[in-house]
Design a protein around this ligand. Structure first.
Ligand SMILES: [Fe+2]
Ligand SMILES: [Fe+2]
Length: 421
């Protein structure tokens, strides 16, 4: 998919500002029609933009020597002749470096819709005598719009070319239906005290996904693709907390709100997005294994179905996180080593008893104990195995690296050495 996807702008991942600092805004005017440059500069400096007025000849010369990564944030073209204005706009759009530039046109004739689309105009105004205040308002809007594009080099040209669109149907069409769970049919007498204790811990552990969702939106603040999917993911995880808490209420046990809030403390934003996603791949693979193991053990039919569905959800989450992680690694191979390092950290050493990554981030919380108790319970019953969950992680690592020989943490370490990490 990535090979055919066109991203906006050049490949050097530069930001909103021109190479020497503040974003550049340009007013291109007819010869002898220079606007009040001093006032325009003063107004636009409040938007932290560098203003320049140029006549057509200067603009053509400036465009000819424009370097990648130094595109203007906003350009306003005014002319007494509409054909001349559109010609200048075409010249700007012919430069790939100006793809992100927000373009405004002011000329005597109305610009028709197809020309406006072709020139990718933000706005056109039917006049050639644009008051300075209106002109600077347009340019200020252009600076803000350009700034909103951010730095993410994965941003595609068309909204629907984002990977979110690619994954949406599968994810949406495999969600279980809320009304399929009937808590009225619980046979409480079939539950064991150990299962009730695990259910309580699971409900509380699921609260930990909420700060995770907060973090995703903060860490991916410059794009909309993964962020949009993260909203669906977070909504599903919220169902996991809600459903298990409702089940508990149905059998006379309340989950205290303080447990939900206890886990909301934010943890630091990751250094590398692919590594963050790898940590979630591991979390989901292991959570899927735990729930699946629990569903096979429990006799109570409603809880068995709930845990089965939750296990399926975690498995879907694992697949989706892997999809986005691979996207990052395909886009920039520099992401491969950090994601492998993360996989190695959690797959190689379980000597501290921490198997689910949540236990790493909340070492002081009661839910860490809960995770360990759940793991111990499943291990004693031979119902689930972290090794089995990790086989799925190794499969993801094989997909990311294209190296079919990776089947263990040791193999990941070898691959890291090959990568020079
Ligand atoms: Fe969950
Ligand atoms: Fe999940």
């Amino acid at each position: 998919m990535q090979g055919s996807q066109q991203s906006i702008g050049s490949s050097n991942d530069r930001g909103v500002a021109a190479s020497d600092g503040a974003p550049r805004v340009i007013w291109v005017h007819d010869a002898g029609k220079c606007p009040d440059e001093v006032r325009a500069k003063a107004i636009l400096s409040k938007s932290h933009a560098r203003f320049a007025a140029m006549d057509a000849a200067s603009f053509a010369g400036w465009l000819a020597q424009l370097k990648d990564g130094d595109e203007p944030a906003a350009v306003l073209i005014t002319s007494e002749a509409s054909a001349v204005a559109t010609e200048r706009a075409e010249a700007l759009r012919s430069r790939k470096a100006c793809e992100r530039t927000r373009l405004y046109l002011a000329c005597p004739d109305e610009i028709d819709e197809s020309t406006s689309v072709k020139l990718d105009l933000e706005e056109s105004v039917k006049t050639n005598e644009l008051p300075l205040e209106i002109a600077t308002d347009l340019l200020k809007a252009g600076v803000a719009a350009h700034r909103a594009l951010g730095r993410n080099s994965l941003l595609p040209r068309n909204y629907l070319d984002a990977s979110y669109n690619e994954i949406y149907d599968w994810f949406e069409n495999t969600r279980w239906d809320w009304k399929d769970i009937e808590l009225g049919g619980i046979k409480k007498e079939l539950l064991t005290p150990a299962e009730i204790a695990i259910l309580k811990e699971s409900a509380v552990i699921e609260f930990g996904t909420l700060p995770g969702a907060h973090n995703f939106l903060r860490e991916w603040g410059d794009e909309y693709s993964f962020s949009s999917w993260a909203l669906s993911w977070g909504a599903e995880e919220a169902r996991h907390s809600l459903l298990q808490s409702r089940y508990l209420r149905a059998i006379g046990i309340e989950v205290q709100a303080k447990h939900a809030m206890y886990k909301r403390e934010p943890y630091p934003i990751g250094h590398n997005r692919a590594a963050t996603l790898m940590m979630n791949i591991i979390s989901e693979a292991r959570a899927a294994e735990y729930y699946s193991g629990l569903s096979h053990l429990v006799q109570e039919p409603v809880l068995r179905e709930i845990w089965r569905l939750l296990g399926r959800d975690e498995s879907r989450h694992c697949r989706a996180f892997a999809f986005f992680c691979k996207e990052l690694c395909d886009h920039d191979p520099a992401n491969i080593a950090p994601s492998l390092e993360m996989a190695y950290v959690f797959c190689a050493d379980r000597s501290g008893g921490i198997k689910h990554p949540a236990g790493h981030f909340y070492p002081h919380s009661t839910s860490t104990r809960g995770i360990r108790e759940t793991e111990a319970f499943l291990r004693d019953k031979s119902a689930a195995s972290t090794d089995r969950a990790d086989r799925r992680v190794f499969e993801v690592v094989r997909q990311i690296t294209g190296d079919a020989s990776i089947h263990s943490a040791k193999d990941i370490r070898r691959k890291l050495r090959e990568l020079g990490a």
